[in-house]
Design a binder for this molecule. Structure first.
Ligand code: NAP
Length: 263
């Protein structure tokens, strides 16, 4: 049984998909969850993630945040850490735009980096500052946990997604670098690299493409968002204290190879 009782977790992009599942799973483990994105705080309480957590008996609130706004990130993180302390950051907010290099506009390239890379960097920087200034934890144990959601697209090519692959590769190595710098100072930083997951983001795949992708995945399935969230829970908990700078693939085996037999 993993417990995050007494800890505060900030989840970016918690309104839907992997971020919503993560917020729910961390709250089930006892964390007080702050959801930060552009829509959850305005959503109908029948559907909002924060409200669902409260209905289930947990503690949550939603705050407006565009992760690509550096000043807004600093303000929100300072506010959260002053109020409750900040123990866990999950950098989940992200966007996906398709295009080979020849089809990718300057605008698309910048947008991919603005949200996926700049946003991750701004949130990590603010969280590290807050955790170093006095986050939770005692003795030799890590005082803070940061989990960045990267992607299998940051670890190998994904045809037709040039800017996204480059941006997620940046998240992968930023995770490793930050882990080297801050592990000695009690902040444990890792990443989950999802394969294909059932969310709004992957709705762009038509049925034949989806079937082909499933056929190329060793276990033959896409993930439910909760399967990604449970890997995040592990990396956010004490169970992962000796896991440092890891990129944990949760991908049905996609990265290890393609089955020879087509289903
Ligand atoms: P999703 O369903 O499209 O949800 C994306 C989330 O990110 C939403 O909550 C959205 O909230 C938030 N977001 C987007 N831009 C934002 C911004 N500028 N500021 C704050 N929040 C922002 O996507 P998902 O599939 O759950 O993906 C979550 C993460 O997993 C992403 O980093 C994605 O790259 C990664 N991933 C997904 C898959 C997959 O197959 N789905 C695979 C590998 C990696 P608002 O629109 O409310 O702001």
């Amino acid at each position: 049984m993993i417990t995050l009782s007494g800890r505060t977790a900030l989840v970016t992009g918690g309104s839907r998909g992997i971020g919503r599942a993560t917020a729910l799973v961390l709250a089930e483990a006892g964390a007080r969850v702050v959801i930060a994105d552009r829509t959850d705080c305005f959503a109908d309480p029948d559907t909002a993630t924060w409200a669902e957590i409260v209905r289930r008996g947990g503690q949550a609130e939603s705050r407006y945040l565009d992760v690509s706004d550096s000043a807004a990130v600093d303000t929100l993180l300072a506010d959260v850490s002053t109020g409750h302390g900040l123990d866990i950051l999950v950098n989940n907010a992200g966007i996906l735009q398709s295009g080979e290099i020849a089809e990718t506009s300057d605008e698309t390239w910048r947008e991919q980096f603005r949200v996926n890379v700049d946003g991750t960097f701004y949130c990590m920087r603010a969280a590290v500052r807050a955790m170093l200034a006095g986050g939770a934890g005692t003795g030799g144990k890590p005082r803070g946990k940061i989990v960045n959601i990267s992607s299998i697209s940051g670890l190998r090519g994904n045809p037709g997604f040039a800017a996204y692959c480059a941006a997620k590769a940046a998240v992968v190595n930023l995770t490793r670098q930050a882990a080297i710098d801050y592990s000695p100072r009690g902040i444990n930083i890792n990443s989950v690299a999802p394969g294909f997951v059932e969310t709004d983001m992957t709705a762009l795949y038509d049925a034949p493409t989806r079937e082909a992708l499933e056929g190329q995945t060793p276990n033959g399935r896409w993930a439910d968002p909760r399967q990604i969230a449970e890997a995040v829970l592990f990396l956010a908990s004490d169970l992962s204290d000796h896991v440092v700078g890891d990129i944990l693939a949760v991908d049905g085996g996609w990265l290890i190879g393609t089955p020879v037999v087509t289903r």
